[in-house]
Design a binder for this molecule. Sequence first.
Ligand SMILES: CC(C)(COP(=O)(O)OP(=O)(O)OC[C@H]1O[C@@H](n2cnc3c(N)ncnc32)[C@H](O)[C@@H]1OP(=O)(O)O)[C@@H](O)C(=O)NCCC(=O)NCCS
Length: 177
Amino acid sequence: MKIQKVTKENHAKVYALLRRAFPGSEYEAGLVQKLHENGKPVHEWVCIHTNKVIAYIAFSNAFNGNEVCGLHLAPMAVSPEFQKQGVGSELLRFALRQEPVKSQPLFVLGEPGYYRRFGFEPCPQPICPFDKNNAHFLSLGNAATAPFTVGYEPEFKTAAKPAAKPAEPRSRGKKRR
Ligand SMILES: CC(C)(COP(=O)(O)OP(=O)(O)OC[C@H]1O[C@@H](n2cnc3c(N)ncnc32)[C@H](O)[C@@H]1OP(=O)(O)O)[C@@H](O)C(=O)NCCC(=O)NCCS
């Protein structure tokens, strides 16, 4: 198994992996695809095993207002047939040693029991807009004490939006112009 940076050549394999790891959800694959298409800064790596992408990890900018204040870890995924074999841990530990990941505050919205193993801790500040009470929001290297709501790239909100509905037929009484 080798870990390498994501290139354009393996984008399609990354989206396919995300669909396998999050069955029934288009959100994660759609999010990463939108970040790529919109040219957003993403620090991302894959695990390759017998020429297949078996794991993926991404970090994108976190914001305090308009200022970048760290990186969000999202999404992270291991192909179902390789889960619980240490692949995710190896990839995450690798990523945490890389620049610029290692020198910035990191945030993750995830299972506390999993991310605490890597040094992430529950964080009272900043507030995560997607998590009531910050119950699943953790950080690493974050010294923020002043209250603020952390921002995400706009793709995090739009990735799951369903395609626009066709316009409702107008009510009968109204004339078309
Ligand atoms: C979560 C995920 C990335 C972990 O990767 P992995 O390669 O399966 O994990 P590892 O083998 O490195 O670590 C496994 C350990 O973490 C634990 N673990 C795995 N998922 C966990 C979770 N959601 N909560 C708590 N512990 C978890 C396992 O019980 C195991 O514990 P053990 O070492 O004591 O046996 C992977 O299971 C996955 O892709 N899941 C589906 C997608 C997902 O939920 N992604 C994360 C949210 S963005």
